[in-house]
Design a protein around this ligand. Structure first.
Ligand SMILES: *Cc1c(COP(=O)(O)O)cnc(C)c1O
Length: 477
């Protein structure tokens, strides 16, 4: 597969070059020359395949022989000891993307990326240092993904006092090849420092430097996997039983005998007596609602759809940072400053992956397959409380934006036939500061309980480029 910059269709590179560079030299984002198709046999068995097998069949089409089959197979099995269960909640489906170690969907991209980097750099003796600026979630997923990967060191910069105590432990609690810097400043300061260090000639001579932000193709492609898995299962009329970390309220747990696979519509109807508005009868392509910020997740969904996964359409649900819903409505793309909300991982006014969406699809094409909707904090909070009350299920604020988006479009008669699923991008226990006052305490998954026990090993630095460069010059290589 050849990859092109969104800003220059003439210079192609292979997967390794696109992944290791991150951003194209002209500032554009790498996109595959064409979106590959699943072979017929894979397409027709998506509903029965194992998650790792779908990961293998999906990623293979994007890396070709650059990662040989046997290596890729080991790689996906090592990256995904967890899956993405599709469960019934009330009248719809939830695709739970929070069963990974940091309890958010970014684990899917970061864990593959880390392992792909280690393989693609085999034989290199110069270690690689990855710099990441984070406002919270990305740093934890990248730190965890690269933890103990040989030959790669990661430095995460986060704004001191502006991430949650749990996020700080996920970023700064690992040690070994992961170092954490608490910057006395804002997220923007962290990003400015990372950019300056990446461009520093002196540092570059000593060490190979890279970044691991969400625009990297090696983080994007593995995210297509869970769309194909979920749409395949919905099409086959199969749901997954509740997994360990599924945040149901104890008393309302669906009885175990009703959780078996293949009882999709019965389970839907069973749940608290709610009518199955969007039942899983099988044989129908799904509508999937994606809570979105930088739009990497939705872009990966578009890839899965084009590859042949049975997806009817997408809903792009944002908080009040509604640059993309506005674009879908009027065809005019207007980036703006971001506004703070309770779904803060989606506080993005200039979504970087939009450039990728626009490279593949015109406005008319996007309008046919994506419905845009924007949700306020007040509506989000109300949904968290109501879904807990009515369905005994805890939603995190990001997933609640998605749930509310479906409600709004349903009321406007914009969704009708077929199963409707909401991507749940984070576990509610990760955002307990918001969720507990509205719905009570959500059950805490084991990975988060362990992270809470870690101590914070970060070093505090002022928001000055020289402080970062001094740290990196003195750091173990
Ligand atoms: C990053 C993130 C999002 C936004 O995903 P994009 O790919 O940037 O659109 C949504 N929810 C959570 C919990 C996140 O961490």
């Amino acid at each position: 597969m050849r990859y092109y910059s969104t800003r220059n269709k003439n210079r192609a590179v292979n997967f390794a070059a696109a992944a290791l560079a991150g951003l194209a030299p002209d500032g554009g984002l790498f996109v595959p020359g064409e979106i590959p198709q699943y072979p017929g046999a894979v397409k027709s068995s998506l509903g029965n395949m194992d998650f790792c097998d779908i990961a293998f069949e999906t990623i293979k089409l994007y890396v070709d022989s650059e990662i040989p089959g046997a290596v890729l197979s080991d790689l996906v099995h090592s990256a995904y000891p967890f899956t993405a269960p599709l469960v019934a909640v009330g009248d719809r489906l939830i695709l739970e993307l929070f069963h990974g170690p940091t309890a958010a969907f970014k684990d899917f991209g970061a864990r593959f990326m880390a392992r792909a980097f280690a393989y693609l750099r085999r034989g290199e003796d110069k270690p690689l240092r990855i710099l990441v600026a984070t406002s919270g979630d990305t740093g934890g997923a990248v730190a965890d993904g690269f933890f103990e990967v040989p030959g790669i060191f990661v430095t995460v910069l986060y704004p001191k006092g502006r991430v949650t105590p749990l996020q700080e432990r996920q970023i700064a609690g690992l040690g070994k090849n992961i170092s954490a810097l608490a910057v006395e400043g804002t997220f923007d300061d962290c990003q400015r420092l990372v950019k300056a260090a990446l461009a520093d000639e002196g540092l570059r001579k000593k060490t190979a430097l890279s970044s691991a932000n969400s625009i990297n193709v090696s983080r994007l492609i593995p995210q297509a996997v869970y769309y194909s898995a979920a749409a395949g299962r919905a099409f086959a009329g199969r749901l997954d039983p509740d997994g360990e970390a599924t945040p149901r309220a104890e008393a309302r747990n669906v009885p175990p005998q009703d959780r078996a696979e293949g009882r999709g519509s019965e389970m839907l109807a069973h749940n608290n007596g709610m009518a199955a508005r969007f039942g899983v009868r099988g044989g129908e392509p799904a509508t999937l609602c994606v809570p979105s910020g930088n739009f990497g997740n939705l872009t990966a969904g578009l890839y899965a759809m084009k590859m042949g996964a049975p997806i009817a359409r997408f809903i792009a649900a944002t908080n009040i940072n509604k640059t993309v819903p506005d674009y879908l409505a009027n065809g005019e793309y207007r980036a703006r400053a971001s506004q703070a909300t309770i779904s803060n991982a989606m506080d993005v006014g200039a979504p970087s992956n939009f450039e990728r969406m626009a490279a593949h699809f015109s406005w008319e094409e996007m309008k046919k397959i994506i419905l845009g909707v924007s949700v306020s904090d007040e509506e989000t909070g109300k949904t968290i409380a109501e879904v807990h009350r009515d369905c005994g299920y805890f939603l995190d604020p990001h997933s609640a934006v998605g749930w509310t988006g479906v409600d709004k479009l349903f009321t406007e008669n914009k969704i009708s036939a077929g199963p409707v699923g909401v991507l749940s991008t984070a576990h509610p226990a990760k955002f307990s500061e918001t969720v507990t006052p509205l719905a009570g305490p959500a059950p805490v998954p084991a990975s988060l309980a362990r992270a809470k026990e870690r101590s914070v090993l970060s070093r505090i630095i002022p928001a000055e480029v020289s402080a970062l460069i001094d740290f990196l010059n003195g750091a173990q290589q």
